[in-house]
Write a protein that binds this ligand. Structure first.
Ligand code: HEM
Length: 511
């Protein structure tokens, strides 16, 4: 028997053994007590209001997000009512519930340096994508080459891709007419937006829209990833542990993860093939954005991305993150708009009246985004859809790395993450009377500066087109089937909003 084992078994050593164990336990306890004292009394955040428990340990937040299921945003709202508009929500971070502070927190790089504090991204394992890059300069450097593709002008060039996908969806809906088929509209929207962003990024591939039920696995995959985020935030090692599980075993445990793996393989192949191309033989004229060049051909051959950032693995991560970011939120907003158009016939009738002249030649001629964005009522419906789908229910914190921020009498030291939540702002009754009512009319007159938000042109173009085509006079006939607000709702914060647990989703019937 080894000397170490002898030592543990010898009676004489028992006392020493206990001393060692007690010493280790004491060190751990003293360290924890020191951390708590530091957080409560010495930290630069100690002066900010909020519950002591939240300031002392992140477990307070985890209780609401992991155990109670993504409801810390609701608790924070209650705490704001008790402690005021500025609040310490965990040992590291502040929340501000006052729309007038929005322009101070969310500034462009030209005004002052700002960094994202998206700690939840560590759970997504997005590696060194620009989405997950914290450093201000590097974030901008990685993001800048992508921007022209999704700018207003870039999106115009993507319209043929959007029309092709929307036509595929519309044809499939036409074929369901009169069959009594019940279909998940949230699955269809997730398939549509996924196909569009895939074509934009890497071009050809299998369409989610071709699946009989619009690829429910693809929708469920995005939602299962979201449901894991709070756990990954508390136990980041889980994500590293998952990496050691062979891909085949993961697919066996959770078959829908195959959808992401397949996409990653396609993206990697596209990136590798593109790198072998001779750039002098490809027409990379900016006018061709959206046709064969693809976003990744453009990034590899035409953009000023550094050679290091053109690494295949990093670009494949970037493709995966764009597929997720570009599909889930847009699909949710489109689903919410469709839900309210079906629920409120008077709103639907006004949209139909407005769009009718622009879709007469569909599908021979698709309405352009330039036309659709002039339709004030349609755009008001989309703005209202964006308002009530919130984008995210999570506070999206920012760090000012060098300069303090001033909120009323409070000076927020540099380096402290401070976040605001779209849910609080979008449901502020001072700015949006009857905030839980879907009321596009609020966007027609008296639009105040507080109501204006930044919107993503690609998402706007996609949603405008799909609504115009599906609700065109003579378009497919369908109605809601056993679906209410809780099925499309924003009840649980898993970064993306999730509806009622156990919901069967947003369903429509073709009868
Ligand atoms: C209704 C549609 C959409 C909504 C509501 C939405 C909302 C958001 C929000 C709230 C963020 C987080 C920003 C932050 O932390 O400050 C974000 C980031 C992002 N979104 Fe969207 N988004 C939408 C559509 C899209 C589309 C179509 C794309 C694809 C091009 C896209 C790509 C991204 C990317 C790449 C980021 C990360 C940006 C960065 O880190 O600089 N989003 N989006």
């Amino acid at each position: 028997m080894g000397a170490l084992a002898d030592f543990w078994l010898e009676t004489d050593a028992r006392e020493l053994r206990w001393k060692i164990i007690l010493t280790v336990v004491a060190i751990l306890v003293i360290r924890r007590v020191y951390i708590i004292i530091d957080r409560l009394y010495l930290s630069p955040l100690a002066k900010f209001p909020g519950p002591k428990l939240a300031a002392a340990t992140s477990l307070y937040e985890s209780y609401y997000d992991v155990i109670k299921g993504g409801v810390y945003y609701k608790q924070i709202q209650k705490l704001h009512k008790i402690y005021g508009p500025i609040l310490r929500v965990n040992p590291y971070e502040l929340s501000v519930d006052d729309g007038s502070f929005y322009d101070t927190v969310y500034v462009s790089g030209g005004i002052r340096q700002t960094e994202e504090f998206n700690y939840f991204v560590q759970g997504l394992d997005l590696g060194n994508t620009f989405f997950a890059t914290k450093d201000h300069k590097l974030h901008r450097q990685r993001r800048r080459p992508v921007e022209p593709y999704f700018s207003r002008a870039g999106v115009t060039k993507l319209e043929p891709i959007m029309s092709e996908c929307v036509q595929k969806l519309s044809d499939r809906y036409d074929s369901f007419e009169g069959t009594g088929k019940i279909s998940r509209v949230d699955h269809a929207m997730q398939a549509l937006t996924g196909d569009i962003i895939r074509r934009v990024c890497i071009g050809d591939g299998e369409d989610y829209l071709d699946d009989e039920e619009f690829s429910p696995g693809w929708h469920d995959l995005m939602h299962s990833i979201a449901l894991c985020i709070p756990v990954f935030v508390v136990f980041p090692w889980v994500i590293h542990f998952l990496k050691f599980i062979p891909e085949k075993a993961l697919v066996w445990i959770a078959p829908h993860t195959q959808a992401f793996n397949t996409y990653r393989e396609m993206a990697t192949k596209h990136i590798e093939d593109t790198k072998k191309e001779d750039p002098s033989k490809i027409d990379l004229d900016g006018a061709k954005i959206g046709s064969k060049p693809t976003l990744f051909r453009y990034l590899i051959h035409k953009s000023d991305l550094s050679e290091e950032d053109k690494d295949t693995h990093r670009l494949a991560n970037e493709a995966q993150s764009l597929l997720g970011a570009g599909s889930v939120t847009t699909a949710r907003t489109a689903t919410v708009c469709i839900y309210y158009l079906l629920k409120c016939p008077e709103i639907c009738a006004r949209v139909q009246e407005e769009i009718k002249d622009f879709v007469v030649d569909w599908p021979e001629t698709a309405p352009t985004f330039q036309d659709l964005e002039k339709l004030t009522y349609l755009q008001a419906v989309i703005k209202e859809g964006l308002r009530v789908s919130y984008g995210s229910l999570h506070r999206l914190s920012r760090i000012s790395p060098h300069e303090p921020l001033q909120y009323k009498d409070w000076t927020i030291p540099p380096g402290v993450p401070v976040g605001m939540n779209a849910y609080y702002m979008h449901t502020d009754p001072e700015i949006y009377p009857e905030p839980f009512k879907f009321d596009p009319d609020r966007w027609l007159d008296n639009v105040t500066p507080e109501m204006k938000r930044n919107f993503v042109p690609l998402a706007y173009a996609e949603i405008s087109l799909v609504l115009a085509v599906l609700f065109r006079p003579g378009g497919p006939k369908f109605r809601l089937y056993e679906t209410d607000e809780t099925d499309i709702g924003s009840l649980h914060d898993y970064i993306i909003p999730i509806g009622r647990f156990g919901s069967k989703g947003a369903r429509i019937i073709f009868d």
